[in-house]
Design a protein around this ligand. Structure first.
Ligand SMILES: [Zn+2]
Length: 295
């Protein structure tokens, strides 16, 4: 079954209800959102009534909450502990965000593993695992998905071995709560050939286990394979291309896993910017490319 959706906006006045309404306008049956700014830790309280209304609207429209995802803010960096106050602040903020997921009754959260900056990759991997061991110890009922990264700068998580390194250091009770979110743009930019997705999945299965994949971000890339850049392009308009992305979405081994678009808005720096998700989702459902930007 195809579960497809996009990034959406969680705003103060309508909160999760607004997210569901926006998703329905794109004909999505899955979605993702940040519970506030992705660059700050400022958060407004969750409104119980709006949350209840949102879940009722989801049920009415056959949106299974298991296909819906919260994205943790970019500023959390568990990979670097050279400033212990900062490191502890990020661990505590991650806990807060996980509890916010429980309040919203959306039980999957994607997290960027982090950047080791002045440390080494090995130390970065150790710090991430340690941070997760602390943050997830007493929090149950939320799955944390580590995102596969492009390897920009000193990012950890841009290879299967990086992710395996983190899993290997998790306490067994925490390990059960940690999963992976793939991202086709990040994979391409990290050096994975998306044309040969099965080769990647074979290696992933051997080293981590394919059951650990719980979401795929479906983005095209502006950059060539191995560029370590991380610039998302619209679906079918980048270097990965429409057919290769369709093959990932409909790959039997990734069936039933939510696919989320994080592609850029059209005219995004202008006043008439608009979200391409309705068009992209229609192309994905029909498996047919339409050059809707230049129509
Ligand atoms: Zn992400």
């Amino acid at each position: 079954m195809l579960y497809i959706g996009s990034h959406t906006s969680f705003l103060k006045d309508k909160q999760l209800l607004g997210v569901v309404e926006e998703s329905l306008s794109y004909n999505s049956n899955a979605f993702m959102f940040y519970t506030g700014s992705n660059q700050s830790t400022l958060r407004f309280p969750v409104d119980k009534e709006l949350t209840k209304e949102a879940h009722a609207l989801m049920i009415e429209n056959n949106i299974d909450k298991n296909n819906c995802i919260v994205h943790a803010p970019f500023i959390i960096n568990l990979a670097n502990n050279s400033d212990p106050d900062k490191y502890n602040f990020y661990i505590n903020f991650l806990k807060q965000e996980l509890n916010r997921c429980i309040e919203l009754d959306i039980r999957k959260m994607v997290l960027h593993p982090g950047s080791y900056t002045t440390l080494s990759r090995t130390e970065g991997i150790k710090n991430i695992a340690n941070g997760l061991n602390i943050a997830l110890k007493n929090i149950n009922g939320v799955e944390l998905l580590l995102e596969y990264m492009s390897g920009k700068g000193t990012e950890v998580g841009s290879s299967i071995d990086d992710l395996k390194g983190i899993f290997d250091l998790l306490d067994s009770d925490v390990k059960e709560k940690v999963f992976v979110c793939l991202d086709t743009c990040h994979m391409n930019d990290s050096g994975v050939d998306i044309k040969d997705i099965d080769k990647f999945l074979d290696e992933f299965d051997e080293k981590i286990g394919i059951d650990k994949i719980k979401c795929v971000h479906i983005n095209d890339s502006y950059n060539i394979i191995g560029s370590h850049k991380d610039r998302h392009a619209n679906f079918g308009y980048g270097t990965i291309g429409f057919d290769n992305l369709i093959n990932v979405i409909y790959n039997k081994r990734l069936d039933n896993i939510p696919k989320i678009l994080e592609t850029p808005w059209i005219n995004r720096n202008e006043r008439d910017a608009w979200a391409p998700y309705k068009q992209e989702i229609e192309m994905i459902r029909k498996k047919e490319f339409v050059d809707y930007i230049n129509l």
